[in-house]
Structures are given as structure tokens and as C-alpha cells.
Design a protein around this ligand. Structure first.
Ligand SMILES: Nc1ncnc2c1ncn2[C@@H]1O[C@H](COP(=O)(O)OP(=O)(O)OP(=O)(O)O)[C@@H](O)[C@H]1O
Ligand SMILES: [Mg+2]
Length: 417
């Protein structure tokens, strides 16, 4: 892992926690990668011994989080975040306790914390997070950053070595797609254009389910209790975005050997590795973003059309900048050629509207090195910026005014958020 230093760091780096529906990314500001990426899961059974020492208290002795919770055979895992929003605060607090004390192994009183939130997070959630952080964890400072804006930071920082077209701009449209939700968020000069945010009810878990269903229908030899896990592995390792589904089917029919893949997975009951074949689900899984009607009759708008719609609902003088810097963020944007397809489809829609002789609007979708953990990395960048101190709510402010200090999100009015 590399550490970058663009500005004078604070005495201690802030801790950045991006708790997503599927995974929590946690680590120290200034680093290029999170120290831990663990499922946002917590379980309360007695099970296997902990791999790391330093339990917070005896009461926490049976609390497991992350992969330890999901692989625990003696208790059920609970997932405190659903569709990007914290649904169970007690479980979230227990998760944070373990994350801070057993994983990051720090004293929370010594570190400022950066948490992340999806756009349109209810103000009550921000207050609740503030209450837990200041009262239970006694943190000296807390900053709650909007995921999309952090993702934009990420892309800008990554672009310092990348294409000139996105360098130094704080205007862009973020497509953030994780396990449980997908959002399209236009940001102009660092401000979220709140009225133009669009949510899409298709994300990583839906694609995994589709892959699982296609494998099951074909009768691939994957045990039922492993089928979700194997489908996720297949999705992450073999799926890609195609340009045209009909043509892609034709290619597979013409030469199935060339396009099918063999996937091996460990079957704990047999104690050995098994294999299965991966076929059309390679491109049909990610196609869900472009043809949501595959699985839903309620939601049928393709992602590129949603992005176009979001930008069209922004003030006219911002649109050109928003089209020219569409930034990808989150695990479900990692499919090969995803950005190319999104760019092509948006460009087609934009060009079709173009008045003859008018100045062409250029659509550019930026893939970048930090895309997988873009939100976390944006938090890491933020924690090293001189402005960070002024964005942090301090313990003194909390003691004076209470949780309401975090009620409003600065993202919709502040220079940086
Ligand atoms: N290389 C990859 N290709 C495709 N999908 C991937 C890849 N790597 C991870 N994913 C998927 O990305 C999702 C997790 O992404 P991410 O960590 O951004 O989500 P999250 O923050 O937990 O969820 P959310 O933002 O929706 O609350 C999972 O569904 C995972 O299977
Ligand atoms: Mg996320």
C-alpha cells in the first residue's frame, strides 16, 4: 500500500469508514487503500476463536463482524445496512465497536472519524451516527461525507496522472453502484444538485441473483447452499458488459467453446474443489443495468437513460460539464467495458437530440484506478486536506449543541460538500 502526502497531515490521520450494504471499507486517511474490506455483517453467537487479539470487553467476546460473522456456523449474520441506509443502529454500533477495537486497533478518542452516507440520507440518521460517535466512541471530531462527492474527489485525485479532460474539475456526474443501491448524482462546483439525484433499484446483489438463477436453470452442478456465493464469484471474475446482446448470443452459438468459461469453487462438504461452466450469464448479468425489464416490470429504465435524465434535470449551464465528466464508483461498475457501454448509450441519446449545426455535446465516462473503493479513497483524500479541520464537527460543538450539529449536510451548501 502506498501513502500519499499532498498536504501537511494532521497529527494523526483520520479514520475513514465507508459502511456499505455489502462491504465496509475501513482504514486511515492518507492511504491509497482501505486497511480492511469486510462484509457489513455482525453476529452474536459463540463460535470459533478470534483471529485477532484486543477485545473491547468481555461483553463483546461473542460478537463477530465481517467475514468472521458471515462464515460463522453457529449464529446468523445480521446486516445493519440495507439499500445503503443504516436500519439497525444497535447492530451498527456493535459493528463499529469491533471494527475500531479489533480490526483498526485504535483508541477512538484519539482519532477524527470520517463516515460516509448515501445521498438523501435522512437527517435523523446523521444525528444518530453523531450521537453514537460522540457519546459511545468519544471521538474528537466527526465528518459525514456524501458518498458521491467523495467518489468525485477520488476521480480527481486519480486523474492527476490520468487524462487531462477531467483534471482539476469539481463538476461531474457520479454513478455509484454497490451491492444494494445505484445512484446517479450530479455535482456542480462541489455542490450536489439535490433535485437531480436519481436512484436505481438495480445493483450488485440483483446481478448475483440473476447469475445464480441462470446457472440453476441450466442445471450447473453447484450445491444449493453455495449457489449465491459461487454466483458472486462468477459475477466478479467472469462477467463483462457487451455492446449488443443479440450479437453476443450469436457469438456464443457460433463458438461456445471459445466464450464459455470453467469456474472452480471449493465445496466444504466434499472437501475439494468442484467446477461448473459459465456461459451466457457472463454478459446477461451486467445487462441488467441496460435491460432492467429482464427481472422487473415495475422498473424498466436503462441506466444510461437515467443518467441522461438526471443531467437534463440540472440547470442548463451545468449540463455540458456534467456530460463531459461522468465518474464511476463502487464494485458494480467494475465489469469490463461497463464505462464504454454507458458512454456510448448516453452519447447516442444526446446526439439524437442535437440540433443540426449546433455545438456537439461530448459525453465522457471516466474509469479510474480508484474506482472499486472510490468512496473510501475520497474520504482518505479529504482527511488529508487542510479544509478537513473546518468540515469536522468537534466534540466541543457536540457538547454545546447536541446531535443537531450533524442534522444538515454541508454537501448541499458548503464549498467542498
Ligand atoms: N470486479 C467486480 N466486478 C463486478 N462486481 C464486483 C466486483 N468486485 C465487487 N463487485 C460487487 O460490488 C458489490 C460491492 O460493491 P461496494 O463495496 O461498492 O458496495 P457497498 O458499498 O457495500 O454497497 P452500497 O454502496 O450499495 O451500499 C458487490 O455486489 C460485489 O459482488
Ligand atoms: Mg457503497
Amino acid at each position: 500500500m502506498t501513502t500519499f502526502t499532498t498536504v501537511e497531515p494532521f497529527e494523526r490521520p483520520a479514520i475513514v469508514m465507508d459502511c456499505g450494504t455489502g462491504f465496509t471499507k475501513m482504514g486511515f486517511a492518507g492511504n491509497s487503500e482501505p486497511s480492511f474490506v469486510e462484509p457489513t455483517a455482525v453476529s452474536f453467537g459463540t463460535s470459533k476463536p478470534h483471529s485477532q487479539a484486543g477485545l473491547a470487553s468481555a461483553a463483546d467476546a461473542d460478537v463477530l463482524i465481517g467475514y468472521e460473522a458471515t462464515s460463522s456456523s453457529t449464529s446468523d449474520a445480521h446486516y445493519p445496512v440495507r439499500h445503503g441506509l443504516v436500519e439497525n443502529w444497535d447492530h451498527m454500533e456493535r459493528f463499529w465497536q469491533q471494527a475500531v477495537h479489533r480490526y483498526l486497533r485504535v483508541d477512538s478518542e484519539d482519532y477524527n472519524f470520517i463516515l460516509t452516507e448515501p445521498p438523501l440520507n435522512p437527517p435523523e440518521n446523521r444525528e444518530m451516527a453523531a450521537e453514537i460517535m460522540f457519546e459511545t466512541f468519544n471521538v474528537p471530531g466527526l465528518c459525514i461525507g456524501i458518498q458521491a462527492v467523495l467518489a468525485l474527489y477520488s476521480a480527481f485525485t486519480a486523474a492527476e496522472k490520468g487524462p487531462k479532460s477531467v483534471r482539476g474539475k469539481m463538476t461531474g456526474t457520479v454513478i455509484d453502484s454497490g451491492a444494494g443501491c445505484t445512484h446517479v448524482i450530479p455535482v456542480s462546483d462541489g455542490y450536489v444538485i439535490g433535485s437531480a439525484i436519481h436512484s436505481i433499484p438495480i445493483a450488485g446483489r440483483d446481478i448475483t441473483r440473476l447469475v445464480q438463477q441462470l446457472m440453476r436453470e441450466r442445471g450447473e452442478p453447484v450445491p444449493g447452499d453455495l449457489s449465491m456465493e459461487v454466483a458472486q464469484q462468477i459475477k466478479e471474475q467472469h462477467c463483462y458488459t457487451c455492446g449488443d446482446v443479440v450479437k453476443e448470443f450469436g457469438k456464443y452459438d457460433a463458438d461456445p467453446e471459445k466464450h464459455a468459461r470453467s469456474h472452480s469453487f471449493f465445496d466444504p462438504r466434499q472437501g475439494c474443489r468442484q467446477t461448473c461452466s459459465v456461459q451466457h450469464e457472463r454478459f446477461l448479468g451486467p445487462e441488467l443495468f441496460f435491460r432492467p425489464d429482464f427481472i422487473s416490470s415495475d422498473y424498466t429504465t436503462p441506466l444510461p437513460q437515467m443518467v441522461d435524465r438526471a443531467i437534463q434535470s440540472c440547470p442548463i449551464d451545468t449540463r455540458r460539464g456534467l456530460y463531459s465528466n461522468i465518474v464511476l464508483s463502487g464494485g458494480s461498475t467494475m465489469f469490463k467495458d461497463f464505462g464504454r457501454r454507458v458512454q456510448r448509450d448516453i452519447q447516442r441519446a444526446v446526439s439524437a437530440r442535437q440540433a443540426p449545426g449546433g455545438k456537439a455535446v461530448e459525453v465522457h465516462v471516466a474509469s479510474h484506478a480508484m474506482q472499486r473503493y472510490a468512496v473510501w479513497f475520497g474520504g482518505s483524500v479529504l482527511g488529508m486536506m487542510p479544509e478537513f479541520a473546518s468540515l469536522c464537527k468537534t466534540r466541543a460543538e457536540y457538547e454545546e449543541c447536541g446531535p443537531s450539529i450533524c442534522r444538515a449536510s454541508a454537501a448541499f451548501r458548503d464549498e467542498l460538500f
